[in-house]
Design a protein around this ligand. Structure first.
Ligand code: FE
Length: 200
C-alpha cells in the first residue's frame, strides 16, 4: 500500500460510546440510513471491554465530543479500561432511556441495537436511534484534529521513578522495565511497536 494515512482523511469524529457497565472513546461512527429512527453504526475494537458489554446489552449511547471538550473526558474514557477503574466516577453523566450519557458533550444519541457484524479486529454495531438531543453549542472535534493535536490536548503524565511505556495512539500507560513481546494495548489494540519508553 502506498500510503494508508489517507484513511485519516475519512471524516471521523470523537465520541464517548456508553452502554450499561462501561464505555470508551470511539471515532468510527456513521449515520447509515434516514427517516425518523435512522440507523447509526459504530465500530468497536474486539479487545476492548466495551465490546464485550455491547454484545450483552441492547442499548448504547453516543455522546458527541466538541472541540473544547475537557481533556479529562478523553483521558478517562480513551486511556483506561473499565476493568481497572469505574470511568463514571470521574465524569458527569445523566441517564437517558436507561443509558448514561456525557453531560459535557454537544449532545447524545441513544440507540437500540439491531445488528452486529464481526471482522478480524472490530465489531460493527448497528443501532436504531430512539432518543437524541443537543446539549451544548460548539463544533465537533474530528478524529484527524485529535490525532494531529493530541500532544497538546492531552499530556500523558507517568509516575515518577517508574519506567513506563506509553501507547502513542491512545496514551495508555504500562509500567514495567520491558513490554512483553506479544503485548497488545488493552485500550486501542495496537502492538508493542507503537509504544514509547518513558522514564521520569
Ligand atoms: Fe493504545
Amino acid at each position: 500500500m502506498k500510503n494508508k494515512k489517507i484513511t485519516r482523511k475519512i471524516t471521523q469524529g470523537m465520541y464517548v460510546l456508553s452502554t450499561n457497565g462501561g464505555g470508551c472513546v470511539v471515532d468510527a461512527v456513521s449515520q447509515v440510513s434516514s427517516g425518523d429512527n435512522p440507523l447509526i453504526a459504530v465500530s468497536v475494537m474486539k479487545s476492548n471491554y466495551t465490546n464485550e458489554l455491547m454484545h450483552k446489552n441492547d442499548r448504547f449511547a453516543l455522546s458527541v465530543l466538541g472541540m473544547d471538550v475537557s481533556p479529562d473526558i478523553i483521558k478517562t474514557f480513551g486511556m483506561n479500561s473499565m476493568r481497572d477503574i469505574n470511568k463514571y466516577e470521574y465524569v458527569k453523566t445523566s441517564e437517558v432511556e436507561n443509558v448514561k450519557i456525557i453531560e459535557e458533550s454537544l449532545g447524545y444519541m441513544v440507540c437500540e441495537k439491531v445488528d452486529t457484524i464481526e471482522n478480524e479486529t472490530h465489531t460493527l454495531f448497528i443501532g436504531k436511534l430512539i432518543e437524541a438531543d443537543i446539549l451544548n453549542d460548539g463544533e465537533p472535534m474530528s478524529y484527524n484534529y485529535y490525532q494531529e493535536n493530541k500532544n497538546d490536548l492531552i499530556k500523558v503524565e507517568t509516575e515518577k521513578g517508574k519506567t513506563a511505556w506509553v501507547c502513542t495512539i491512545c496514551g495508555y500507560v504500562y509500567y514495567g522495565e520491558e513490554l512483553p513481546d506479544d503485548f497488545v494495548c488493552p485500550v486501542c489494540g495496537v502492538d508493542k511497536s507503537m509504544f514509547e519508553k518513558k522514564t521520569s
